[in-house]
Design a protein around this ligand. Structure first.
Ligand code: BGC
Length: 353
């Protein structure tokens, strides 16, 4: 009996030690900017879910996409004793040095949403299937213009995101994998001739930048409801789509004659545009799901358990393949937004008014 009691005591003690050790662990969460809705949600979800799992959280936003600030904040996280760093990098190639220090200190690194390049300190990557985001956008344009059957030719302009964001290769590459055969056959035409990823890029995914570029295209090519026809604009995300929308609206486009326009994130301004009949679609990436998956990763790392991954092929960061977990992105249009966003509690109807 006494032996059993001793064993029970020992078991309870080691359990409470394990829980106690875990409870205090500090996790660093580094986000790129507060100027875009999604990263605020990502940060808030990560913090609340990590805290609910018993961790302490050092959550930092790197000003407005300021790379030196992000490096600085990561240095502080390392020196303040974070056990795991969860990082949504501003520029995938700028963190090699600071992450070498993390590795020397035995700190694990999870690349969040965007892959961190050229660093062997990155242990895991959690994101949405970025190529599928691109094929969803390209597929939407193909179907809306009925490229497989209609005669064409159709005019399109191409917009993607920041050149330092590795996701852009997948978003743009995925979309082009669908559109390229139609560009090659001449059914789809880019009147500006700006077809390369570099030409289509938008520094910092900035709305003003994409607006400026669309304004320039409008005046150079003469697009307008009564001018040169513009059938579609591929935009890799919502912040870029919003700039395109502003320029097109200023040129006189309205619901009814608006070009097919894609997006990603289901940001509130874009959802309002979708409801108003200007932007055509977005891609929903539920930030709650990504946060949940990353919290599971953190927890498994800290407890020395197997980390759940579902992709070991796609994401090479220059030092080898990074084991990844890809969440599923879902197309969002005026037809399914209620089920996707409202019924799931992501937004209220009032949010989108
Ligand atoms: C993210 C997108 C986001 C974009 C701009 C990308 O890396 O995957 O969801 O719209 O960055 O912040």
């Amino acid at each position: 009996m006494r032996k059993l009691a001793t064993m029970l005591f020992a078991a309870t003690l080691s359990l409470s030690l394990a829980v106690g050790a875990r409870a205090g662990e500090l996790i660093g969460v580094s986000m790129p900017t507060q100027s875009l809705q999604r990263w605020n949600q990502d940060g808030a979800n990560m913090k609340s879910q990590l805290e609910a799992a018993g961790y302490r959280v050092d959550l930092q936003y790197a000003g407005d996409n300021d790379i030196p600030t992000q490096v600085n904040q990561l240095e502080n996280m390392i020196s303040s004793g974070c056990r795991v760093l969860v990082i949504a990098a501003i520029d995938g190639t700028s963190l090699t040095k600071v992450l070498a220090t993390a590795k020397e200190n035995g700190i694990k690194v999870i690349a969040y949403d965007r892959l961190i390049m050229n660093s062997d300190a990155v242990s895991y990557y959690a994101t949405f299937d970025n190529f599928k985001v691109g094929t969803t956008q390209g597929g939407f344009i193909r179907d809306k213009l009925d490229l497989d059957n209609a005669k064409g030719p159709f005019n399109i302009e191409l917009f993607t995101g920041d050149p330092g964001d590795n996701n852009v290769n997948f978003f743009f590459g995925g979309a082009l994998s669908i559109l390229k055969p139609h560009l090659d056959s001449g059914k789809l035409v880019v009147p500006s001739g700006q077809t390369s990823q570099a030409q289509a890029s938008t520094v910092n995914w900035n709305t003003e930048e994409s607006q400026k570029r669309m304004e320039n295209l409008i005046s150079a090519i003469g697009y307008g409801p009564n001018g040169t026809k513009l059938n579609a604009v591929l935009s890799s995300n919502d912040s870029v789509a919003n700039g395109v929308t502003n320029a097109l609206a200023a040129a006189g486009y309205r619901k009814g004659n608006f070009p097919v326009l894609t997006g990603q994130d289901c940001d509130k301004p874009s959802m309002k545009n979708i409801l108003a009949g200007t932007q055509s679609m977005s891609v929903f990436k539920d930030t709650r799901t990504l946060a949940r998956q990353v919290v599971k990763m953190v927890d498994a790392i800290i407890k020395g358990r197997t980390v759940e991954i579902n992709d070991t092929k796609t994401y090479d960061n220059g030092t080898g393949i990074i084991p990844s977990f890809l969440c599923d992105p879902v197309i969002c249009t005026i037809d399914n937004y209620k089920a996707l966003l409202i019924d799931s509690g992501y937004y209220t109807e009032a949010d989108l008014r």
